[in-house]
Write a protein that binds this ligand. Sequence first.
Ligand SMILES: C/C(=C\CNc1ncnc2c1ncn2[C@@H]1O[C@H](COP(=O)(O)O)[C@@H](O)[C@H]1O)CO
Length: 240
Amino acid sequence: MSLPDVPARAPRSPDEELLGAQLPTVRADLDDGQRTARATEELETGFRTLADLGRAISIFGSARVPQDAPEYALARETARRLGEAGCAIITGGGPGLMEAANRGAQDAGATSVGLNIVLPFEQAPNPYQDIGLLFDFFFTRKVMFVRYSSAFVVFPGGYGTLDELFEALVLIQTEKIDDFPVVLVGVDFWSPLVDWIRGRLVDDALISADDPALFVVTDDVEEIVRTVVHGCAQQWALPE
Ligand SMILES: C/C(=C\CNc1ncnc2c1ncn2[C@@H]1O[C@H](COP(=O)(O)O)[C@@H](O)[C@H]1O)CO
């Protein structure tokens, strides 16, 4: 079958240049060696920059929550408390709950890290970052969240937040990582998903009966800090 003769448009992002490289409709600007080099460079820069970060927690949540929302205040307070407990805070560096968490880290004088992502639309990094890295690729950035943190604290969010949550759960379930707390903050927000996980995924035998125990759901900052600090101590072989 011959390919249609259509004009190839410029890729809108490095992701599209990579992921659309087989398509006649997206112009291929690089060869595979150059694409590999681009991803490798992101990994190397991340590894070099974060090598001495020490204990850190990743906090995730919606890019769209405004500053006056209760979730913003809770994310800020959670990050502050985790910062006071001696942890650096890592976020996606964007607006909304990412900004709240970076801000809370700085409130505590803890190191505040933003793993910013280049997006096809205009987007400024939030101004509360001590270390800001800029990634073209989501997949290289995701390596940093897991490698450099000892737990994920996940606030309400959309596709991006769910992607980050489920990545961690798959890594734990498949024993790629262990002693890695995942805390879902917001009982009201997360309960329908948790009910579906139990009532559908467990009942249909798509996950094991004990897989829902891979995460904790709470609204309580004390419980978040306790759960996360315990996981950190296990990973870093620290006394509690
Ligand atoms: C969509 C909008 C802004 C997007 N800006 C982002 N900047 C940095 N990181 C982002 C952004 N969007 C998603 N992420 C990652 O996913 C999580 C939030 O996604 P959600 O879909 O909003 O839940 C977050 O933790 C980031 O790592 C303007 O509205």
